[in-house]
Design a binder for this molecule. Structure first.
Ligand SMILES: Cc1cc2nc3c(=O)[nH]c(=O)nc-3n(C[C@H](O)[C@H](O)[C@H](O)COP(=O)(O)O)c2cc1C
Length: 191
């Protein structure tokens, strides 16, 4: 399975990055090919809402020529896209929100363009948060489920770790074994 982890925290070595490590290790141990992109270290502008991407078929077509093209190439390559994010204000943090908004050119629903560049792929969430799981992650998970329905993607589940005390929360036995178990669950699915 080809797995793309989009790590959307502004903190490149923060809680979310920490919980990605055992997840990624387990995936690789099970034979996955894994690519990891730390979005905050990339040049990815917000969507301008120009709809130019909707006028072309068979290509992404965004007029902003930045690192989103690298993300799109990796999305097209992947069987499974993992959205790894801290919950900020009941949704994902800004680096991931830019990527999610810029998904537009992967679908062609609103212009002369036709087809999809990513239908049929799987999407999963790896989240970290301060509040209780459902209260914290519910709105983001609902948004991603709807994006999947809208885009013909297969929503494949969420694993999250709550930030209660400190960094140790993300290195605890429960967090690490939970992340590994989630990796195994995803690897057992059909690409
Ligand atoms: C600006 C900001 C907004 C946050 N908003 C929420 C929130 O809405 N819900 C929540 O459960 N936790 C919230 N948190 C807590 C973070 O999600 C949590 O500490 C997370 O583990 C940080 O991950 P990181 O180190 O990868 O950035 C917020 C933290 C910050 C800094």
């Amino acid at each position: 399975m080809k797995v793309l982890i989009l790590m959307g925290s502004p903190r490149l070595d923060g809680n979310t990055a920490l919980i990605c490590r055992p997840f990624m290790e387990e995936m690789e141990a099970l034979g996955a090919e894994v690519r990891y992109l730390a979005l905050a270290g990339m040049d990815i502008a917000p969507c301008r809402g120009c709809y130019a991407c909707q006028q072309v078929s068979g290509e992404y077509g965004c007029p902003i020529k930045d690192d989103m093209y690298k993300v799109v190439d990796d999305i097209v390559w992947a069987d499974l896209i993992v959205l790894a994010t801290p919950i900020y204000a009941w949704y994902c943090a800004a680096p991931m929100k830019n990527v999610l908004d810029r998904h537009y050119g992967l679908n062609k629903f609103y212009g002369r363009g036709e087809g999809s560049l990513w239908a049929g792929k799987r999407v999963a969430i790896l989240a970290t948060h301060g509040y209780e799981r459902e209260y914290a992650c519910g709105p983001f998970e609902t948004g991603i489920k709807r994006l999947c329905e809208h885009s013909g993607l297969i929503y494949s589940g969420l694993f999250s770790v709550r930030h209660v005390n400190d960094r140790e929360d993300f290195a605890s036995e429960e967090a690490v074994s939970g992340a590994r178990a989630f990796a195994r669950e995803l690897m057992a699915l059909k690409p």
